[in-house]
Design a protein around this ligand. Structure first.
Ligand SMILES: Nc1nc2c(ncn2[C@@H]2O[C@H](COP(=O)(O)OP(=O)(O)OP(=O)(O)O)[C@@H](O)[C@H]2O)c(=O)[nH]1
Ligand SMILES: [Mg+2]
Length: 383
């Protein structure tokens, strides 16, 4: 049979029109958008499908018949569920695997009917971003945006798509209050979950020549819990001859801030606590309410799951945060999650930390840093 063309507002509609004329068993030869191809955009648009009536034994018909058969079989299994008695665990397993496989193929089929396939370059970048830890809804958002930015062209290279996504995320990384030439004294307080890397990051900040290494800096710790508290800070400050004060309450904090008022920078370390520790946030907030010039910075570990990171943010956002530092970027290959986190929380990224060497393993919080790592990871996967 000759090929015929059908047009609808959606791909599905065009297919339905074709089916109403030619019957259920049709083969879609080609599908495209009329005027502008828009399977990724939400604009109003038309779709053209070129179809042919399938011969009774064409692969498409056989595939569909098999699928229908599978659905029928599934129904039989479903209705007979109570009657089935598996002889052994193995038989039960076989049944489960069979149902799983059938459901998967059904799922794929339905998905394909609803969402026609993405062009190859977009699909590849889509899959890589997903694998990089970026949340699914963000991957879909950036792929759609890149499609629009590339003038809805379907024949583009992966590099072009990647560049478009990169450009779309650039604005998420902007400088916050961590300007080193800020007039007056700089006071930064590092807060965050237990073991996220607050103390080590503070030492890097204090010692790095391009951060506070060449400035007159003092350190205050509010960690007065336990015998080992501040052990690493004590050794560090001894080695670097940086003054260290340990405070137990707001009054003591006030005294120390006054004492170091002529220093260029004061760095405040805080103990990590479980979010459920009683009065933890209240206690932390009391220190920051002393002065508006204290900048609380949230320190989060990149090696944690994206949902855990977002939960921590939710908890700490009760404090007026001025920035975020992501530590342990060397411990995960899934740095796409950082883009999702930043997109959600909107805080400036002050720094990334990249290892356990003080002071070198700290880098500016730029989008180039994240993308440099992501592209390296994509390339290594290609090998
Ligand atoms: N691989 C890697 N390890 C890091 C990094 N930053 C910190 N760490 C390690 O993470 C562990 C915890 O670091 P700390 O600085 O003690 O963390 P903390 O947030 O001060 O911990 P608490 O005060 O107990 O809440 C230590 O073993 C650090 O060496 C980093 O960028 N990369
Ligand atoms: Mg610590």
């Amino acid at each position: 049979m000759k090929h015929k063309e059908y047009i609808g507002e959606t791909f599905q509609e065009a297919v339905e029109i074709a089916k109403s004329e030619l019957g259920e068993d049709i083969v879609i030869i080609e599908s495209s958008e009329v005027e502008s191809s828009g399977f990724l955009s939400g604009d109003k648009k038309s779709y053209k499908v070129i179809v042919s009536k399938a011969s009774a034994e064409s692969p498409e018909i056989l595939k569909k018949k098999n699928l229908r058969k599978s659905v029928k079989e599934l129904k039989i299994i479903d209705s007979a569920e109570d009657e089935i008695e598996f002889d052994s665990k193995e038989a039960a397993m076989r049944g489960t695997v069979y149902i799983g496989k059938e459901l998967n193929s059904l799922n794929r089929y339905i998905k394909q009917l609803i969402f026609p396939e993405l062009p190859e370059a977009y699909q590849n970048i889509h899959d890589r971003l997903l694998k990089s830890g970026m949340l699914r809804q963000d991957v879909q958002f950036y792929i759609k945006e890149s499609f629009i930015d590339l003038n809805k062209k379907t024949r583009v290279t992966q590099n072009k798509v990647l560049e478009a996504v990169k450009n779309k995320t650039k604005h998420l990384f902007y400088p916050g209050r961590f300007t080193l030439d800020k007039p007056g004294k700089i006071i930064k307080a590092l807060i965050g979950p237990t073991g996220s890397g607050k103390t080590m990051t503070l030492m890097k900040l204090a010692m790095h020549p391009e951060i506070f290494g060449k400035k007159k800096t003092a350190i205050i710790s509010t960690d007065c819990y336990g015998i080992g508290a501040n052990a690493s800070l004590k050794s560090f400050t001894k080695l670097t001859t940086t003054p260290l004060a340990i405070v137990k309450n707001v009054d003591e904090m006030n005294q120390q801030l006054e004492k170091y008022k002529n220093h260029d920078a004061i760095l405040i370390d805080t103990p990590g606590r479980s979010p459920y520790f009683p009065d933890y946030i209240k206690e932390l907030s009391s220190y920051f309410n002393i002065s508006e010039s204290i900048d609380p910075i949230l320190v989060l570990s990149s090696s944690q799951d994206v949902h855990d990171i977002l939960n921590y943010y939710k908890f700490y956002s009760k404090i007026a945060l001025t920035g975020v530092i992501f530590t342990k970027t060397d411990e995960t290959a899934r740095l796409g999650k950082i883009i999702s986190v930043i997109k959600k929380i909107g805080l400036p990224v002050d720094f990334f930390t990249t290892g356990q060497t003080v002071p070198n393993d700290i880098k500016s919080g730029t989008s180039d840093f994240i993308w440099g790592k992501l592209v390296k990871y994509f390339n290594s996967e290609n090998k």
